[in-house]
Design a protein around this ligand. Structure first.
Ligand code: HEC
Length: 128
C-alpha cells in the first residue's frame, strides 16, 4: 500500500518535472528566436548602411541637430568626448552600434535610417 502510493507520488513528481522542463525549454526557445531576429535585423541595418556612400554635408547637418548638445558644435567634445579621429579608434560598425545602441548612457540611442547613418559616418570620417 505504502509502496504503491509512493510510486504514484513519484509519477506525479516526474510529470510535474517534465512539465516544468518543457515549459523552460519553450521559454528559452522563444527568447533565442527573439534574440536571433533582433540580431539579424541589426546585421541587415549595418550591411545596408555600409553599402551606402553618404554625404558629409548632410551628416554635418544631422550632427548639428542631434549631437552638438553633447559633443560640441565642432565635435571637440563637451559632455561627450571629442570625436575627431574617432574613425581611427572605432570602425564603422562600432560607430553604428554606438549611435543606435544606447549602450553608454547618457548618450541616447538614435533611431536613424541607413541613409542618414551613412551621412553621419561620412561626416565623422571628414573630421580626421
Ligand atoms: C546626451 C548627450 C549625447 C548626445 C545627444 C550624443 N552623445 Fe555621443 N556620447 C555621449 C557620451 C557621454 C559619450 C561617452 C560614452 C562612454 O564612452 O561612456 C558618447 C560617445 C560617443 C561616441 C564614442 C566616442 C568614443 O570615444 O568612444 C560616438 C562615436 C558618439 N558618441 C557619437 C554621437 C553622435 C553621432 C551623436 C548624434 C547622433 C551623439 N553621439 C549624440 C553623449 C551624447
Amino acid at each position: 500500500m505504502s509502496t504503491s502510493s509512493s510510486t504514484a507520488a513519484e509519477r506525479d513528481f516526474k510529470r510535474e518535472f517534465l512539465k516544468i522542463a518543457f515549459m523552460t525549454f519553450g521559454i528559452l526557445l522563444i527568447c533565442f528566436s527573439i534574440f536571433f531576429v533582433k540580431h539579424q535585423e541589426n546585421n541587415n541595418y549595418i550591411i545596408e548602411t555600409l553599402k551606402l556612400n553618404g554625404s558629409a554635408e548632410e551628416g554635418d547637418a544631422l550632427f548639428k541637430i542631434n549631437c552638438v548638445g553633447c559633443h560640441g558644435i565642432t565635435a571637440r567634445g563637451l559632455v561627450g568626448p571629442d570625436l575627431h579621429s574617432i574613425t581611427q579608434r572605432l570602425n564603422d560598425k562600432e560607430i553604428i552600434k554606438q549611435v543606435t545602441g544606447g549602450l553608454t548612457p547618457p548618450m541616447p540611442s538614435f533611431e536613424i535610417d541607413p541613409v542618414n547613418m551613412s551621412n553621419l559616418l561620412k561626416y565623422l570620417h571628414s573630421l580626421e
